[in-house]
Design a protein around this ligand. Structure first.
Ligand code: IMP
Ligand code: MG
Length: 173
């Protein structure tokens, strides 16, 4: 059965904000080569769109971690399922994530990546749910701060569905 989904952020608003974020990031890394790390699967839609608007040279890599089951509750176990193809030592690294919720995933991931000797390590997220934070995570670039609701679209899923929606929607369960 299909869930009812209502629009929280329209596809035009998402597109406009991503272009704005890309401008901010291009300015912050002017004269540098940026290494983007996408956290799969959710970050893929956001990272590809963001990278298309960057005005600086960039390279890309992908990583997959597990933090959620198939439901809507957070698990604290973060495991690397797919590691990066290339070392990040000495590089200017920007981790691109779909959403920061409790903060556990990114807190663990940033610790792990920080140990690999990048020249710099920053975090960019399309969505942030600050009310849900359980561990502190410093976010350098944020698309939208949103209230505590379970959202889908633009890479975010509910039971692996709805990642392909071009807008951010709220699932009415
Ligand atoms: P955290 O470890 O609690 O910050 O959770 C991070 C991960 O949980 C995200 O990368 C998403 O994959 C997933 N997640 C958190 N909130 C949502 C949501 O509202 N919709 C879909 N996935 C979510
Ligand atoms: Mg994610």
């Amino acid at each position: 059965m299909a869930e009812k989904i209502s629009t929280m952020i329209s596809s035009q608003e998402v597109a406009d904000r991503i272009a704005g974020l890309a401008a901010e990031i291009s300015e912050a890394y002017r004269g540098k080569v940026l290494h983007l790390i996408c956290v799969l699967k959710g970050g893929a839609f956001f990272m590809t769109e963001l990278s298309k608007h960057l005005l600086i040279p960039c390279t890309l890599d992908f990583m997959a971690v597990s933090s959620y089951g198939d439901g809507t509750t957070s698990s604290r176990n973060v495991k690397i399922i797919k590691d990066l193809d290339e070392p990040i030592e000495g590089r200017d690294v920007l981790v691109v994530e779909d959403i920061i919720d409790s903060g556990h995933t990114l807190s663990c991931l940033l610790k792990e990546l920080g140990g690999r000797g990048p020249k710099s390590l920053k975090l960019c997220t399309l969505l942030d749910k600050p009310e849900r934070r359980e561990v502190k995570v410093h976010v350098d670039f944020t698309g939208f701060k949103i209230p505590d609701a379970f959202v889908v679209g633009y890479g975010l899923d509910y039971q692996q569905k709805y990642r392909n929606l071009p807008f951010i929607g709220v699932v009415e369960i």
